[in-house]
Design a protein around this ligand. Structure first.
Ligand code: NAD
Length: 334
């Protein structure tokens, strides 16, 4: 197995606490993988004035994958230079356009495939002379097509059903989205496809999440719907994500933010970060067996050492220990 290099970006708030657990787990499951730790977000602003320093970006570009904690700090909420800008720049620089957000619990198994480097978060913005503030939503057909194609490919390996979410009754970009989905669908006659307006999709995710297989959608709709999907499948502390490009390094990170309300107390749930680590092992390093072993160990620790967000009294470190103990048991064949 050739040696791989993963850039670890602990980030802000609870980020360093959960990143420490990811580092320990990778030390057990993939000790040959080099971990290259770098700064991003508020930590990077404090150190260098830039939320994505050039050396961090350069290290990410040449890595096999990026494992990232959340960024964000209330101290910078009103500042011109903000931690979240570093994250948006990183996603764009790596062209990590396909954001996979699985939400699994009981009979619910939905995979949200969100477009990550276009739309409202990247469009022209500004303030007009009269004080009007604007953000614009733009999509090129090719941006839509590559994302939608990923969704269909992923659906084929699952239950072969795609729900495309848009707001085609109002938005021009959504009408484009729908047209492209129809065109791509013609290449996948074995995959069922339906279109759903985003307001209905939110309601259906809340009341009947089990009806979905793969959801493909644009950047902002996916941002909001995936938090909802996370909430109905156990909470933000459990939800991982993988942001993939075509051939370049992917970014693996929890869906949740830096949780400043509990940062520094050692009680953050590291599951989302560790599930993101499992996605990295599988998608970036091709180590599916290790990924499965980690998921099984996590399921065990969720039962034996739950953190306070899940109604338990466990600590971040205690949870991590329970995961590693379970991995050791499995490795010894016990
Ligand atoms: P948040 O996800 O940080 O927190 C929402 C709630 O969930 C809080 O009560 C928090 O304590 C809880 N929570 C989140 N993660 C948890 C975990 N692992 N264990 C236990 N509880 C957890 O959302 P927010 O408060 O809206 O945002 C805080 C900061 O994070 C902001 O600066 C925001 O911009 C940033 N943010 C960053 C990312 C990212 O880096 N990808 C994503 C979302 C928000």
């Amino acid at each position: 197995m050739s040696e791989a290099r993963v850039v670890l970006l602990p980030g802000d708030g609870v980020g360093p606490e959960i990143a420490a657990e990811a580092r320990l787990v990778l030390g057990v499951l993939a000790p040959d993988v080099e971990l290259d730790e770098r700064l991003i977000g508020a930590a990077a602003i404090r150190a260098s004035g830039d939320p994505l320093p050039e050396e961090t970006l350069a290290a990410c570009r040449t890595a096999d994958a990026v494992l990232k904690g959340p960024v964000g700090d209330p101290e910078f909420d009103a500042a011109d230079v903000r931690p979240e800008q570093g994250l948006l720049r990183l996603r764009a620089a790596l062209d990590a356009y396909a954001n996979l957000r699985p939400a699994v619990q009981g009979d619910v198994d939905v995979l949200i495939v969100r477009e990550l480097v276009g739309g409202l978060y990247f469009g022209a913005r500004g303030v007009r002379d009269d004080g009007t503030v604007f953000d614009t939503c733009e999509y090129h057909p090719l941006q839509v097509e590559r994302l939608v194609r990923r969704g269909f490919e992923l659906a084929r390996a699952r239950r072969s059903s795609v729900t495309s979410v848009d707001k085609a009754n109002v938005l021009e970009t959504s009408r484009l989205w729908r047209r492209v989905v129809e065109e791509v669908a013609a290449d996948y006659p074995d995959v069922r496809v339906e279109h759903m307006l985003v307001d209905n999709a939110a309601m259906q995710l809340a009341v009947a999440p089990g009806r979905f297989d793969v959801i493909v959608t644009e950047n902002m709709f996916g941002d909001i719907l995936s938090d909802l999907a996370a909430a109905v499948t156990g909470g933000l502390g459990l939800a991982p994500s993988a942001s993939l490009s075509d051939g370049g390094p992917g970014i693996f990170e929890p869906v949740h933010g830096s949780a400043p309300d509990i940062a520094g107390r050692g009680i953050a749930n590291p599951t989302a970060m560790l599930r993101s680590t499992a996605l990295l092992l599988e998608h970036a390093l091709g180590r599916a067996d290790e990924a499965r072993a980690l998921e099984r160990a996590l399921a065990h620790a969720l039962g034996s050492a739950p953190t306070p967000d899940l109604g338990g009294t466990g600590t971040t470190a205690g949870f991590g220990e329970a995961v590693r103990a379970q991995l050791a048991l499995t490795a010894s064949g016990a």
